[in-house]
Design a binder for this molecule. Sequence first.
Ligand code: ADE
Length: 211
Amino acid sequence: MRIDIITVLPELLTSPFEASILKRAIEKGLVEIYLHNLRDYATNNYKQVDDYQFGGGAGMVMMVEPIDKCISGLKAERDYDEVIYMTPDGKTLNQSMANELSLKGNLIILCGHYKGVDQRVRDMLVTREISIGDYVLSGGELAAAIVCDAVIRLLPGVLNDETSALTDTFQDNLLAPPVYTRPAEYKGLEVPKILLSGNLPKIEKWRFKTA
Ligand code: ADE
């Protein structure tokens, strides 16, 4: 999988890919992440990527031209399955959306800022709009990192134990069962006896019931 992320704040998107599972996925060559600074596609000397909105009103709007230039350049190199726009009024991310996206090959993710993008970007270039929840962030970068995390961990070979993504909370519309590790008793709170019984069928039944 290849993910190209278009942003005015690439520095917000470095650390999520420099640790743990996402880092290893990149090192293993299972996913490639490319960050594109939208300012590099600005069409004037001030590196301007936003402007006042027509009709008046508070807040700047991200201009269509730099975004089109960046996306068209990428599309000239390869085909993309989706151009995703991160926005609070998009469709809310859930596990089935993450599953669906994990089957794609090449994705572009555009991070919104200010009052959002010129509507023509959405009409002309964007194929999918995703929100991570009904609250407003300062920009789409952290939301994009969440989408990437939810998707990349599902790619075959990313998790050591491939079954562990399948038993995640939400994969079967159930929550995960309670889990325990040592010690078996802590401050008077005991691990359920069944988990120490060694009776695997019974343990499975208990896990299903509690999930
Ligand atoms: N940009 C700002 N808020 C957002 C949200 N909740 N989801 C996705 N992108 C956003």
